[in-house]
Design a protein around this ligand. Structure first.
Ligand code: ATP
Ligand code: MG
Ligand code: MG
Ligand code: MG
Length: 339
């Protein structure tokens, strides 16, 4: 029997376009003899687009306004074996869609409400992972209200971390809204930008040296496995949006060019983080490796990582012997096995 899959893409976050790219890859790569896939693109306004508009959005990479209310379509989603919510960022990767699907009783790929929401919020993630002893950079939380009522206070706190530091919306991805602050004169703009995108902002100390960016894929539910460690290299101040999505700017190295013990440590820490956050299905756990000191610091956990055929997560499992099509099939199986 073919599995009927509802593939959700797009969504209301700043990562709408990234999600459309991932969904195009999944659609193109899923073995037709095993899967019957219906894509539904969610517009930036949160409306679920009907088939013709969905096809147009996937083809052009842009979606028109219109469509149905989310709840209406979810209620009629009975008949699907599983939903693949290939959505990044708020209203997709943060537990909201996961809650809707849980209420509707439809199995879905990836983490549930708890794992999704805690992993989406960089502050909550850091708090939970600190509790299980996972090494991370020093950080602070700032609320939009603090910034509106006492901006100097927010700045005074932040400089205690030392320059440069990072200012990030707590709930976003693809480096959207992230600034590396090199000096006092850059603070205003960085906080304005981050607070324009989120009520909660995290201020992070930079690693002691420019870090090596290493990532691990995790696959499974309560007995997850870790992929080999991969590395991204690029010629930029940090891994910003342009560096991530301009073709040919970043290079992927699998396995990562780091000592074997560091890689083993990273894989163990990634599994520990996945379990501590109650993740399920898949996650890409990102680390900083500081070659000068040998430090390994966890950066973040992405519960719905980029999923084009050239994205890191599928490439890591390809290196472990699982093709893109097999990986998606495994994710659907894991969705059906949950609970
Ligand atoms: P993703 O697209 O992976 O979800 P994101 O938007 O959640 O990314 P981060 O991974 O938190 O953003 O940060 C983006 C990049 O900024 C990192 O890959 C790294 O290059 C740089 N960076 C962020 N925080 C730090 C830090 N504390 N020290 C050094 N570099 C950092
Ligand atoms: Mg992220
Ligand atoms: Mg992300
Ligand atoms: Mg990241």
């Amino acid at each position: 029997m073919k599995k009927r899959i509802l593939l959700l893409a797009g969504g209301q976050s700043g990562e709408h376009e990234v999600s459309l790219m991932s969904a195009r890859s999944v659609l193109g790569a899923l073995p037709r003899e095993r899967f019957d896939v219906t894509p539904v693109v969610i517009s930036k306004q949160g409306r679920w687009l009907p088939p013709t508009e969905t096809t147009r959005a996937l083809e052009t990479g842009k979606s028109a306004p219109g469509g149905d209310l989310v709840l209406h379509r979810a209620a009629s989603a009975e008949g699907y074996d599983a939903v693949f919510p290939l959505l990044h960022g708020p209203m997709g990767e943060d537990g909201t869609i996961q809650g809707l699907l849980t209420l509707a009783g439809i199995p879905f790929v990836g983490s549930g409400v708890l794992g999704s929401s805690v992993s989406m919020d960089k502050v909550m993630t850091k708090q939970v992972l600190a509790a299980v002893g996972i090494p991370q950079v020093a950080w602070q939380l700032a609320l939009r209200r603090d910034w509106q009522t006492n901006p100097q206070g927010v700045k005074d706190e932040a400089v205690k971390l030392g320059f440069p530091f990072f200012v990030k919306p707590a709930n976003l991805g693809s480096s959207v809204g992230i600034s590396k602050v090199h000096g006092a004169e850059e603070m205003e703009k960085a906080f304005e930008l981050a607070f324009s995108l989120d009520r909660r902002v995290i201020v992070e100390a930079m690693t002691s040296h420019k870090p090596r960016e290493v990532e691990v894929g995790i696959l499974g539910n309560d007995a997850p496995i870790a992929s080999p460690v991969g590395e991204l290299s690029f010629d930029a101040d940090f891994y910003d949006y342009e560096t991530k999505y301009t073709e040919g700017v970043a290079q992927m190295h699998i396995p990562a060019r780091i000592p074997r013990e560091a890689a083993e440590n990273i894989r163990e820490l990634a599994l520990k983080a996945f379990k501590a956050l109650d993740c399920a299905g898949l996650a890409r756990v990102d680390f900083f490796y500081v070659a000068e000191t040998g430090e390994v610091l966890l950066n973040e956990v992405n519960t719905m990582p980029g999923f084009t055929t050239t994205s890191m997560y599928p490439k890591l499992f390809e290196a472990a012997g699982l093709s893109y099509g097999e990986l998606v099939a495994r994710l659907v199986e894991l969705a059906l096995e949950k609970r």
